[in-house]
Design a binder for this molecule. Sequence first.
Ligand SMILES: [Mg+2]
Length: 392
Amino acid sequence: MKITAVETHVCHARMRNWVFVKVLTSEPGLHGWGEATLEWHTRSVVGAIEDIAELIVGEDPSRIEHLWQMMHRQHFWHGNGIVRSTAISGIDLALWDIAGKVAQLPCSRLWGGPVRDWVRTYCHLGGGNMEKFYETTVDDARRFGELAAEAVAEGFTAMKSMAVPPTMPLEGLRPVKLAEAAVAAMRDAVGDEVDLMVDCHARPSPAMGMRFARALDDYGLYFLEEPCWPESVEGLAAINHAVTTPIATGERVIELADFDRIFAARGCEVCQLDITHCGGLTAARRVAALAERHRIALAPHNPQGPVSTAASLEFGFSQPSYVICETVHEDVPWRSDVVREGFTVEREGRRVRPNERPGLGIEIDEAEVKRHPFQQELPQRVFYPDGSVGDW
Ligand SMILES: [Mg+2]
């Protein structure tokens, strides 16, 4: 069996363009699906996949590790930049999908799973709906409470919000008090039984991240995400050591060496590797082994499309340290028209029961994808009050 072609199918899903990757083989009807969604970089990733395809067309798709080495190390430049790493990830996911189909086993069973009966999921406040996301500002604590109550009514037991505003490297009490009020409103709305998470989007400096972390520590967050840039390993470690709230990071980390640096410094308690960015399931399994050695929990970053979700869940059914999977369910109303999924989600509790179909258990409806062609994502840019550039 040989790889005959690598295709990309771009599907505009409002906040992002989903980049689906289809790897075709010489075996009639046998193909695999992957995903390489990278917001605001769609054209670059599609181009990178075209470049990499040259290395692997004609090769045996079952030699996944060998192909990963080719994709990562050949063409001189290592695959450790976000565009190429995302492209590799999309192809790698499709190769694992093919491997599962050949073995007639769900991917999680290829890796010795399932290790659990169900996977817990959490939602974004507002379900990933673009308007609810962009129009809920941190100075509107009441709205945070309302949306949190909505998520509980929809069956979720855990949810995440961006309750921390963009801040300059140093600011006074105001943003800290706003964040505290938003979190307090959510806690009031949902009680102590529901888990709340706050994503700082790596907006704060380590000093401001420390302030937010300390101010929110008494609210018992399940985790506090990206309280500073992931490059600031010492900042993450200082914050993680200073508070009882578990610190989470990893969605922008792609190199095993960088995960190693963060883990070794104890910069986090939760690793949010993104399977569609860190080098696919092949690389994610290496990161998971490293996290296991440090007893760090896994909670993959997954706001993207349905192939990313299927891969993140197969991974969850095979990894003992996995605690929860990020999901979005209201990004586009036609999400379920694009994909046929093998797993089932229980509405009450939003637990996912395992996929029993081969591979990732999904099929993408290419005709439906064509109804949503590429559109440029809306730019999201932050400028501080003095006009200088901030992080979104
Ligand atoms: Mg995040």
